[in-house]
Design a protein. Structure first.
Length: 275
């Protein structure tokens, strides 16, 4: 890990060449944030954008494995060169320190790491920088929203009620931090049996829609539960690139489209109006 910095100047000057920042978050662990972040980044890339992906999950950095990113980041004039995989620039604590080393980190160190992922990394010009968040509403979420003005957050949930309880807490936190909520992704929405074509609602139905309605934000995508999605993540070839014709890949392209539109309409709202 390069030397730590004290908290510095806030805001966009950290990453002046990045047009849009999107966090992928959830209240609950294991609902598919990393899967969504990785495939969203790839779907944005497939639309012709330049994309970076930051793994903000200090305790469980899954992005390098899921993206099949190998090797250590290089250095250039004291700045870190991100590792590239599938055409995406990636930064993760998993690329910098030995596996268990970061496990004892708490608030200030996490804050420094988040700052370094932005200020000390040579991102170059990017259209979208996607952040894969750890679960919950802890230090990393607070640090990120303090270090840069986030363009928006995509909230991932699974359909069942216990997941919704946590997602409501996380949504309330982002509202309080003035981070625009781009919308909800309902992951593991349903399962289509490959042999019979029968459709099963394994985790129940309608949860994503319900919470989207409560917070008056769009339901951006419903991603089916599917074995190849899990396999793609384990093998470093995410479904968006491994099986671009699958229902999952289509759902992720739809998500990318929704994210692009929401960010555009939110930034249009901030422009001064004429007349
Ligand atoms: N739609 C899906 N179909 C099948 N498997 C999925 C799907 N979404 C995620 N998974 C699998 O579920 C597991 C958990 O997903 P993932 O790691 O993306 O969740 P997470 O919310 O980032 O977890 P954590 O809170 O630990 O960071 C992974 O093995 C992943 O491959
Ligand atoms: Mg994760």
């Amino acid at each position: 890990m390069p030397e730590m910095h004290k908290p510095g100047s806030p805001g966009g000057e950290f990453i002046p060449e990045v047009k849009h920042t999107v966090a992928v978050s959830s209240g609950k662990g294991g609902v598919g944030k990393s899967t969504v972040a990785v495939n969203l980044a790839l779907a944005l890339k497939q639309r012709g954008h330049e994309v970076g992906l930051v793994d903000v999950d200090i305790y469980g950095p899954d992005v390098p494995l899921m993206m099949g990113a190998r090797g250590r980041p290089g250095m250039f004039e004291n700045r870190i060169i991100p590792v590239e995989a599938h055409g995406i620039k990636i930064m993760s604590i998993g690329l910098l320190v030995a596996e268990r080393e970061a496990l004892v980190w708490r608030g200030p160190m996490i804050h420094s790491a988040v700052q370094q992922f932005l200020r000390d990394v040579l991102w170059g010009p990017l259209d979208y920088l996607v952040f894969d968040m750890p679960p919950g509403t802890g230090d990393a979420q607070l640090s990120l929203s303090q270090v840069i003005p986030l363009g928006g957050v995509v909230m991932v949930t699974t359909p069942q009620d216990v997941a919704l309880l946590d997602v409501r807490k996380a949504l309330a936190m982002f509202r309080k931090l003035n981070v625009p909520i781009l919308g909800i992704v309902e992951n593991m929405s349903y399962f289509v049996a490959p042999d019979t074509g029968a459709r099963y609602a394994i985790f129940g139905e309608g949860g994503g829609e319900k919470v989207a309605g409560e917070f008056d934000v769009p339901l951006l995508a419903r991603i089916p539960l599917e074995m190849d999605t899990r396999k793609g993540g384990d093998e470093g070839v995410p479904i968006a690139v491994g099986q671009p014709d699958s229902a999952q890949a289509r759902a992720f392209r739809g998500l990318a489209e929704g994210v692009v539109e929401r960010l555009d309409s939110l930034s249009a709202l901030k422009l001064p109006t004429i007349g």
